[in-house]
Structures are given as structure tokens and as C-alpha cells.
Write a protein that binds this ligand. Structure first.
Ligand SMILES: [Zn+2]
Length: 229
């Protein structure tokens, strides 16, 4: 846990927490930069904090070898994004094989998993139930139905929401206020034009909370989900 001292110190001094972003570091934002393996391998200067994985869109014959070549270090806060995507041509069985490798790595290193899931929530649930890992499984950009999400939360998943909250008609915008407050985080993902401050303001408005209260809650959630688990 000593490794997390730096993280904790940074958290208390930071206003916004962006738990999953593909954008470069930004002052005033505590960001977990998501790097796909190839992007990771080509970095000269590493982001302050990051996650690494093989996104299902980029799985190839080298994925297993790439994962095995990773080294653990304190800046690596999570494994991923990785997961399952039924909107792509790659057979789900092949995606599951690579996803299982991420699950193993995350368990070995006691790191949370950041999960990409498109139309494969039932399969994801079945995989989670077949593992008894203590590390957090965070579904990022979660966009499933309220009923499905309740089942996922009951199975121990956490989730994060981003730009979908800005659309009042989206499912997350409609059910955010009905979710347990300690089970989710906020993110910008790949949307360069949307700031995490906008996402926070929107979430605070949906909840009917002051922004300060949301900041305090997000720090607590981050520590619980990404550090203490
Ligand atoms: Zn992403």
C-alpha cells in the first residue's frame, strides 16, 4: 500500500477525478490515462497515472505475449481497458480468452480492471461470477438498462459514466440518481471536446447536489474502488 501514498496525496489536492481518459494529462485533473498496449509500447514519457490493456478492437495474435511483457509499477493504477464487444467481427470466444488474461494479471497484481462492454453484459456477468477475485471490476462508459445495472452492481461490479450524462434522455442520465452513490465514478473517455468539469457539473445537477459534495464523494469512491479494494 506504500505505493499508493503518492496517489492519495495527489487525490486530496485535486479537484476533479477522471477515472478513464484517452486524453493527455491536464493540470487540476487526476486522470487515469488509458493506454492500449501499442500506444503504451511507443511512449517515451509516461502519463502520471495510467492503465494498460488490449482493447477488444485491437486484439491480435500478439496480445497474450504483449500482456506478459508488462511490468508492474506504482503509476499503473489499473489493468485495461479490456473486455467484450459484440459489435465487432472478432468471435466472442477469442475476446474472452484475452479478457481472461487481463483478469489474471489484475488479480496477480491486485489492480482494478477497467472494462469495455458492448452488448455483452450477460457474458460479462457470467465471467465475473466464475471468479472470486478481490480487486474491483469497473465497467467504464456504462450504458446498459437500469435493471441490468442493478444486477451487475449486486454481482459486485462498479461503473463509470461520461458524456452520456450530458444527454438528459440517455439511460445513465435517467437512472444516476437512483444508483448507490458509492458505486460509480466519472470519466471523459475519448471525448477531447468535453471536460471532466462539465461531466461533474452535470452529475451534480442530476443528483441535486452542490459540486463540493460531489468532489468529496468522488474522492471517497476513487479510494474505495481503485485503492482500497
Ligand atoms: Zn476508453
Amino acid at each position: 500500500m506504500d505505493d499508493y501514498f503518492v496517489v492519495k496525496r495527489r487525490l486530496s489536492a485535486t479537484q476533479y477525478i477522471d477515472c478513464h481518459s484517452h486524453q493527455p494529462d491536464l493540470s487540476g485533473v487526476f486522470r487515469i490515462r488509458s493506454l492500449d498496449f501499442k500506444e503504451f509500447a511507443s511512449q517515451n514519457v509516461f502519463p502520471e497515472f495510467y492503465s494498460v490493456g488490449v482493447h477488444p478492437w485491437y486484439i491480435d495474435n500478439h496480445s497474450e505475449q504483449q500482456l506478459q511483457s508488462l511490468n508492474n509499477n506504482p503509476q499503473l493504477l489499473a489493468i485495461g481497458e479490456c473486455g467484450l464487444d459484440k459489435s465487432i467481427a472478432l468471435p466472442l470466444a477469442e475476446q474472452i480468452t484475452v479478457f481472461e488474461q487481463h483478469i489474471q494479471l489484475a488479480a496477480d497484481w491486485h489492480k482494478p480492471l477497467i472494462i469495455h462492454c458492448v452488448r455483452a453484459y450477460n457474458e460479462l456477468m457470467a465471467i465475473k461470477l466464475s471468479h472470486s477475485t478481490a480487486n474491483a471490476w469497473l465497467i467504464h462508459g456504462c450504458n446498459c438498462s437500469f435493471q441490468q445495472l442493478q444486477q451487475l452492481l449486486a454481482a459486485g461490479f462498479y461503473c463509470s459514466f461520461g458524456s452520456s450524462l450530458l444527454n438528459p434522455k440517455s439511460k445513465p442520465a435517467q437512472y444516476l440518481k437512483d444508483l448507490p452513490i458509492d458505486r460509480w465514478l466519472l470519466e471523459t473517455d475519448a471525448q477531447a471536446e468535453i471536460g471532466i468539469d462539465q461531466i461533474y457539473s452535470c452529475a451534480a445537477r442530476i443528483l441535486g447536489w452542490e459540486l463540493d459534495a460531489l468532489h468529496q464523494q468522488m474522492i471517497k469512491n476513487f479510494e474505495r474502488i481503485l485503492i482500497n479494494d
